[in-house]
Design a protein around this ligand. Structure first.
Ligand SMILES: NC(=O)C1=CN([C@@H]2O[C@H](COP(=O)(O)OP(=O)(O)OC[C@H]3O[C@@H](n4cnc5c(N)ncnc54)[C@H](OP(=O)(O)O)[C@@H]3O)[C@@H](O)[C@H]2O)[C@@H](O)CC1
Ligand SMILES: [K+]
Length: 509
């Protein structure tokens, strides 16, 4: 499913109108009726409903919703919260249809007159502003939103909660605080930002009949389980283990043997054919007891950490991963540089590997093969020097700038993980839950991503699939034997089996 900015949404509407002859009034009718259908299961016959209608086309949707619900017998008061002359075009046409249908339209003039209606409502439907919002809310919308947010009622928003920016990078706003939002046609970028997502409440998307074949391409896509099922590499029955990737994973230290162990086991559970763990010699016995299927390459160590002189043999591997449990010591830099220069396949750098990478970012540009970086926002802030708050407010733009500047695939982890290819194409993974906010789940993700990278030539698909598989595993586990509190990273590793069984395409004989 595409994810759009306001500008991209306007372009889509324009293309629909110009290429098919469908007109704005038809789209508005379709939007309003689809939204009413979507909201209906959330409201009850006896509920007093108030529909708040603004000046633009979002308000136009509101006229259609109010009419549809009134026609269906619901108790609805429709309030136009802007002066008559503000309403024009398609919205005006739908106001006429509303009034010509014999329904009363109330008009806001003074707060004292309006508040009793607001306060007797059990359900508020917000059709005041959508993607056309500019700047902070003006009067009287600002006050209406404030009162609506204070009033205990079910708050439902149409397309966007009023006042919320559709795009990223805006932090100065007041907005309707919705319990649920019916999004028209495509989720907007602000659905996926930490500071704006709470305003949407739960949400779903209704389609309004835009011509799918004619729509301009958007390089931002919500990657779902359906996409995973369609793009998972098939394992054929006569396959040989060498065909599924021979990888080497470097990392681990005396004080963090679990990171590399879990990453390695996750890579194997994700289909890696042969895996070598290059790690500090002293921890091989403890790691091997958890990952019996791996082979080992013992690296020289100092105080329990791999030294900068350690240079694992890379030429016989299809790809490499580095960083998990490596430790943040100066010498790690030598190892990371060695991997950047000598790895002749896809290379994944995570965790402590990212810290070491900071001083050699330009070396990324010399690699012609895919390099994947998997930072969380704190690590990305460290790599870019951009404050973390700014990253959280503009993750799409900053990811794209970084991926393009250094020619890397970037997996920016979070409740909504954003995966960006060097050409700027982006995918969002929204699977997973708070049970993942624990030490070790990033290591498991790296293992899964590495396994997927070794088995697919399409790195962007491999990463998108890996993220959804990891998050869905956490989701399955808390629906069944675990809770968000007790879920451990090692549970995820074992849980992968069930996810792969569910997601894998049927194998060919
Ligand atoms: N064909 C389509 O495009 C379709 C679009 N659809 C729907 O239309 C929505 C987009 O419609 P839109 O472009 O009219 O914008 P929208 O958000 O309704 O309001 C803009 C108005 O708000 C006002 N305003 C702005 N900022 C403000 C502020 N801070 N504080 C106060 N007021 C402010 C501004 O008024 P003015 O500045 O003139 O006072 C302007 O007139 C979209 O979200 C979807 O729901 C569907 O029907 C499907 C077909
Ligand atoms: K709205």
């Amino acid at each position: 499913m595409d994810i759009v900015t306001a500008q991209e949404m306007y372009e889509r509407d324009q293309v629909a109108i110009e290429s098919t002859g469908i007109d704005g009034k038809m789209l508005m009718e379709s939007a309003g009726r689809s939204a009413a259908d979507d909201l209906e299961p959330r409201i009850k016959r006896e509920d007093q409903i108030i529909v708040l209608i603004g000046a633009g086309n979002n308000g136009g949707d509101g006229f259609v919703i109010a009419r549809t619900l009134l026609n269906r017998g619901y108790k609805v008061e429709a309030w136009q919260v802007v002066p008559d002359e503000k309403i024009s075009g398609d919205a005006e046409a739908h106001r006429n249809i509303f009034e010509n249908s014999g329904f009363e339209l109330k008009k806001f003039s003074r707060m004292e007159e309006f508040l009793p209606s607001l306060y007797q409502a059990a359900v508020i439907i917000d059709a005041m502003l959508g993607i056309g919002v500019e700047g902070r809310l003006r009067s009287p919308l600002a006050e209406i939103v404030e009162k609506a947010n204070e009033h205990e009622a079910l708050r439902l928003a149409i397309d966007l909660p009023t006042g919320l920016p559709a795009g990223e990078g805006v932090h100065d706003f007041d907005a309707f605080n919705a319990d649920y939002t019916t999004i028209i046609e495509a989720p907007k970028v602000s659905v996926f930002l930490q500071h704006t997502t709470p305003y949407y409440g739960e949400w779903s998307v209704v389609e309004i009949g835009l011509p799918v074949k004619k729509l301009p391409e958007v390089k931002r896509y919500l990657w779902s389980v359906k996409d995973v099922k369609q793009t998972m590499p098939k394992r054929v029955s006569h396959s040989h283990k060498g065909k599924h990737g021979k990888g080497v994973m470097a990392g681990g230290s005396y004080y963090m043997p679990g990171s590399i162990a879990m990453a390695a086991r996750a890579a194997l559970r994700s289909g890696t054919g042969l895996l070598t763990i290059a790690t500090a010699e002293s921890i091989i016995p403890s790691v091997t007891s958890y990952v019996q299927e791996a082979t080992f390459s013992g690296l020289a160590e100092k105080e329990g950490m791999i030294t900068g002189q350690a240079t694992p043999e890379l030429s016989k591997y299809d790809g490499a991963a580095i960083g998990m449990g490596l430790g943040r010591h100066e010498e790690a830099g030598g190892l990371v540089l060695h991997m950047l220069q000598e790895c002749k396949g896809p290379l994944l750098i995570d965790a402590d590997g990212l810290y070491a990478l900071k001083s050699m970012l330009n070396a990324l540009k010399n690699r012609s093969l895919p390099t994947v970086l998997t930072p969380h926002p704190g690590e990305f802030a460290y790599l870019t020097g951009v404050p973390i708050q700014e990253i959280l407010q503009s993750p799409f733009r900053l990811s794209r700038e970084f991926a393009s500047a250094y020619g890397v695939h970037l997996v920016l982890k979070g409740p909504y993980t954003i995966i960006t290819a060097p050409d700027g194409e982006q995918r969002v993974d929204m699977t997973g839950n708070a049970g993942l906010a624990k030490g070790g789940s990033g290591d498991v993700l790296s293992g899964v991503l590495f396994g997927m990278m070794l088995q697919s030539e399409n790195i962007l698909n491999a990463l998108s699939n890996g993220c959804v598989i990891h998050g869905s595993t956490a989701d399955f586990l808390i629906q069944e034997e675990h809770s968000k509190t007790d879920l451990l990273a090692s549970d995820l590793v074992e849980g992968l089996s069930r996810t792969f069984r569910t997601f894998s395409a049927p194998s060919k004989a």
